[in-house]
Write a protein that binds this ligand. Structure first.
Ligand SMILES: Nc1ncnc2c1ncn2[C@@H]1O[C@H](COP(=O)(O)OP(=O)(O)OP(=O)(O)O)[C@@H](O)[C@H]1O
Ligand SMILES: [Mg+2]
Length: 373
């Protein structure tokens, strides 16, 4: 019954004579069949649409190729990027507290027909908020991949940067496009659009654009999945929050998630014991952990090494976590003392020695000598 939700969509839109949607959902069905290895059935399904086109003189088949994303009239820039995330390429680590609502959201979308039959249908929209680099955009890819739908990503700041007069039109065109095909519409950097509504300095026209955006969200058909992401949730007013059935706060990864992130991004280079490293990465985002791991793997590959020394990893993490002290213009002695004070467990004599290329003996001497007045 894996195909049932898509088949129901095809029947529903057929009954409503919405040929474009029939065709685009048929394409989704064909893609699912093809992914599951049934290319014959996939081709049969596509052929039905193509033949309908020739028999009736109408053109549902054109919808098979209707993924032309609208463009800004003046700049000709595309208003969104289309991608087809594959679950095989996405390995997201989510804390349990985040994972549960995400699974629930996916299940609601997949079983939307059951919910509307029971009169408790829900508009599939989710606002994802949290600090930079903690996986908001990655989660949008994950959700699209799980739903086996194309992801239409628009960066709201660039949508806004076009001439104001055409911004409202751009938004409408984009939403019309999304409403007419099965997809996940992802409004990234959402605060760029939504914050203007309440900003004292913004001119009236901008506010009207934002009100228009909210109306567009309201008017989307109940089967269009909308995700929005921001790291400035405090800039969004209550009217914006209300538009989203789900609000998901992603925070910096927990100990368990950081351990998984380290394993994931260190791959075969990972030391066996990740305890110290996991503790040292507290407060780092998934994006930063990935960067640190990849930088070291690059060096190891160039040096022909097949595994990574834990100490080197700790130094790299220390450089990221305490870059302000490390890059300050103070003396090495003063920096060494400050680092030891900031995190005595991370800054062992060996780590400090590697970091400043000073012998461990000298580091101990600095740390044990009294501060000069
Ligand atoms: N929870 C996570 N699990 C696995 N990888 C992650 C996670 N968080 C971040 N990453 C890695 O970091 C990259 C950047 O993360 P992403 O762009 O999703 O962050 P973001 O929250 O959208 O940041 P920003 O607020 O700056 O847009 C991802 O493509 C992924 O490789
Ligand atoms: Mg992002």
């Amino acid at each position: 019954m894996e195909y049932l939700p898509t088949m129901l969509k095809i029947i529903e839109n057929g009954a409503l004579a919405n040929t474009e949607k029939v065709a685009s959902y048929t394409k989704v069905l064909a893609d699912k069949l093809r992914n599951d290895g049934d290319t014959k059935a996939a081709q049969k399904v596509i052929n039905i649409i193509k033949q309908t086109n020739t028999r009736k003189g109408i053109s549902p088949a054109s919808a098979l190729n209707s993924s032309t994303i609208p463009v800004d009239r003046d700049s000709r820039f595309s208003l969104a990027d289309e991608s087809f995330p594959d679950i095989k390429d996405i390995d997201i680590q989510l804390d349990k507290i985040v994972e549960r609502p995400v699974e629930e959201f996916i299940s609601f979308v997949e079983n939307a027909h059951l919910l509307s039959d029971a009169g408790v249908g829900i508009s599939p929209s989710m606002l994802i908020y949290g600090p930079p680099g903690c996986g908001k955009s990655y989660l949008a890819q994950h959700i699209a991949a799980r739903l086996k739908l194309p992801l239409l990503t628009t960066r709201c700041d660039s949508l806004m940067s076009s001439l104001l007069g055409s911004t409202a039109k751009n938004i409408r065109n984009l939403f019309d496009h999304a409403a007419n095909r099965p997809c996940v519409l992802f409004l990234d950097e959402f605060d760029a659009l939504a914050k203007a509504r309440d900003d004292q300095h913004e001119v009236g026209e901008l506010k009207r654009v934002v009100v228009g955006l909210l109306q567009n969200i309201d008017n989307l058909p109940s089967d269009t999945v909308v995700l929005a992401a921001t790291n400035h949730e405090n800039l969004l007013d209550p009217a914006v929050w209300r538009r989203f059935a789900y609000r998901l706060n992603i925070q910096m990864p927990s100990y368990e998630s950081r351990e998984k992130l380290l394993k994931q991004y260190l791959k075969g280079f990972s030391p066996k014991n990740l305890k110290n490293l996991t503790s040292a990465t507290e407060g780092m985002s998934g994006a930063l952990i990935r960067q640190a791991c990849e930088a070291l793997i690059r060096l190891a590959v160039l040096n022909g090494e097949s595994n990574l020394d834990e100490n080197k990893l700790l130094v790299k993490i220390a450089q990221i976590q305490h870059y302000k002290i490390i890059q300050s213009h103070e003396t090495a002695e003063s920096k060494i003392r400050q680092l030891k004070q900031a995190d005595s467990r991370l800054f062992t004599t060996r780590v400090l020695s590697e970091l400043f290329t000073i012998s461990t003996g000298k580091i101990s001497k600095i740390l044990n000598s009294p501060l000069q007045a």
